[in-house]
Design a protein around this ligand. Structure first.
Ligand SMILES: *Cc1c(COP(=O)(O)O)cnc(C)c1O
Length: 414
């Protein structure tokens, strides 16, 4: 192993000595470690533990006196490479990988908060994140208030003496609402709070929240970072002081560690991330523009469209609109809207009917009866999720083929 590989992953420089290198270069080169065999492609280190030359070396390493590897719950070279590369792409000092996006969010909360603390979160967040923040953390004495992400005074007004953290997901799912990261960061920092952004929908290829004022970025690497629907993974990116001194002790003890195999797959995913995000965003814009002109469609939600309420903010803080869009099919009553939405979905032959997103394959879903099906009709209406709403996570197919696929169902709508 060369010098690099014996360092603890979490101590690797965020962007190596590559400060002047651009995103695309870092995406294929940052964080690589090479063994004595000088392999060109990064190796997959499937091992649970690492050997020592002597009892003295083991003792030394367990005392954290040197930076070598001990046990893969603590760290592993394949995971280390993924962490270094993602830290470089997000522009963070340090990154810690986790077994899933949810374990990344849990690890942040368990590391930053304690009983008696309060957090403020945007309301339109991933369903399991809502469960965690609203129903699970409360059993440990941590309470949460949920606000409209685009309403800056709501963020400010929700702050209490015991508030410690702001959590924001932007763009939101499924309506693609965009919150102004810099403006929310200013409110958080004026009150001395930690500001955490879930950057899953944009990925660092389109949006870098740390540069916009966020303290911590969390990821479901399951989505665009893998990008091919294969493995689960998550990550926390931020300062060394937070990620290494606060989150690492939790992860190494509690064990929501990323597996070496998944890290190796995700490392490959990062290599093509910007290409995929650019093309999938371009496809999404083309489809959104076409849907907006379609007589069977009453409304389209996509940050890249000029009609989007936060279009200006989105274009300022994102380099493209992203791959997720939503649209409403027309219908005289909610029942007819649902019928038409289901007709569109059932008429597709190219799109996959699944609630996942972040794949090379376009996925189509009816939020009111799936991802938001357990929410009461009143709460759904308040969140703006109508019976006619369809979410599309656009993939890498030919955009014309996806349009033709949707047109079949839209033409059959009543
Ligand atoms: C999927 C998702 C998560 C959770 O990630 P998992 O990898 O499924 O645990 C968190 N946030 C957002 C925005 C997501 O889409």
């Amino acid at each position: 192993m060369n010098d690099e590989s014996t360092r603890r992953p979490t101590d690797l420089p965020a962007s190596g000595d590559a400060g002047s290198l651009n995103f695309e270069t870092l995406a294929v080169r940052a964080g690589s470690l090479r063994t004595e065999f000088n392999e060109h492609a990064e190796a997959l280190f499937l091992t649970s533990s690492f050997c020592f030359k002597s009892a003295a070396e083991a003792a030394h390493r367990f005392a954290n006196a040197d930076d070598g590897f001990t046990y893969s719950r603590v760290t592993n070279p394949s995971v280390a490479m993924f962490q270094s590369r993602l830290a470089a792409l997000e522009g963070g000092e340090a990154c810690l990988a986790t077994s899933s996006g949810m374990s990344a969010i849990l690890s942040v909360m368990m590391s930053a908060l304690q009983a008696g603390d309060h957090l403020v979160s945007s309301r339109s967040i991933f369903g399991s994140t809502m469960q965690l923040l609203a129903n699970i953390l409360v059993r440990f004495g941590i309470t949460a208030t949920f606000v409209d992400a685009t309403d800056l005074s709501a963020w400010r007004d929700a702050i209490r003496p015991e508030t410690k953290l702001f959590f924001l997901e932007t763009p939101s799912n499924p309506l693609t609402e965009v919150a102004d990261i810099t403006a929310v960061a200013e409110i958080a920092h004026a009150a001395g709070l930690l500001f955490v952004v879930d950057n899953c929908f944009c990925s660092p290829a389109l949006q870098r929240p740390l540069a916009l004022g966020a303290d911590v970025v969390v990821h479901s690497a399951t989505k665009y970072i893998d990008g091919q629907g294969r493995v689960l993974g998550g990550a926390v990116v931020g300062s060394r002081a937070f990620v290494i001194d606060k989150v690492f002790p939790f992860v190494r003890s509690a064990g929501p560690t990323l597996s070496a195999f998944n890290a190796w797959v995700l490392l490959r995913g990062l290599e093509t991330l910007s290409l995929r995000m650019e093309r999938q965003s371009a496809n999404a814009l083309e489809i959104a523009t076409w849907l907006e002109a379609h007589p069977g469609v009453s409304r389209v939600f996509y940050p890249g469209l000029a009609s989007h309420p936060q279009h200006a903010i989105a274009m300022r803080q994102q380099s493209a609109g992203g791959a997720v869009l939503a649209f409403e099919v027309a219908g005289a009553t909610p029942e007819l809207q649902r019928e038409n939405a289901w007709r569109v979905i059932d008429a597709t032959q190219v799109c996959s009917i699944t609630a996942n997103l972040g794949d090379t394959r376009t996925t189509i879903t009816h939020p009111a009866s799936t991802t938001h099906g357990r929410v009461t009709p009143e709460a759904r209406a308040a969140a703006g999720i109508s019976e006619g709403l369809i979410r599309l996570a656009v993939g890498l197919e030919n955009a014309g083929d996806v349009r033709a696929d949707l047109d079949r169902g839209l033409s059959a709508a009543v």
